[in-house]
Design a protein around this ligand. Structure first.
Ligand code: FES
Length: 117
């Protein structure tokens, strides 16, 4: 007789930040370092708890593979490229805290064609 499947729990969150640390994005470990910095950055911004809590996860590859680090914000469907530490700070403040996209860093918005620059 098999054991019943346990239903997982991850708790409340408002947005989910997905960071690609895949092999074609992870040159010199930059995206991994970006991901590792997020715990402290989100906590400092008050986004580690409460109504605007942000969950973060690493992703193996989004099949985008250019202009990294690449970060996707869900459920907004907003895809950012060139997410340097400074640009991550802008995304945290403007998008995750204030709810406004950082348009100049967006390369794709779900439901719309790719953004050409
Ligand atoms: S390795 Fe990052 S999108 Fe493919």
């Amino acid at each position: 007789m098999s054991e019943p499947v346990v239903k997982p729990k991850i708790g409340y969150y408002h947005r989910h930040l997905l960071v690609c640390t895949g092999p074609r994005c992870n040159a010199e470990g930059v995206p991994q370092a970006l991901f590792d910095s997020l715990g402290g950055k989100l906590k400092a911004a008050g986004l580690d708890a409460g109504d605007l809590r942000v969950k973060r996860s690493r992703v193996g590859c989004f099949a985008a593979c250019k202009g990294g680090p690449i970060v996707c914000v869900q459920p907004d469907g907003t895809w950012y490229y060139n997410v340097t530490p400074e640009n991550m700070d802008r995304i945290i403040e403007q998008h995750l805290r204030q709810g406004q996209r950082v348009d100049e860093l967006v390369f794709h918005q779900a439901g719309a064609p790719d953004i050409e620059t």
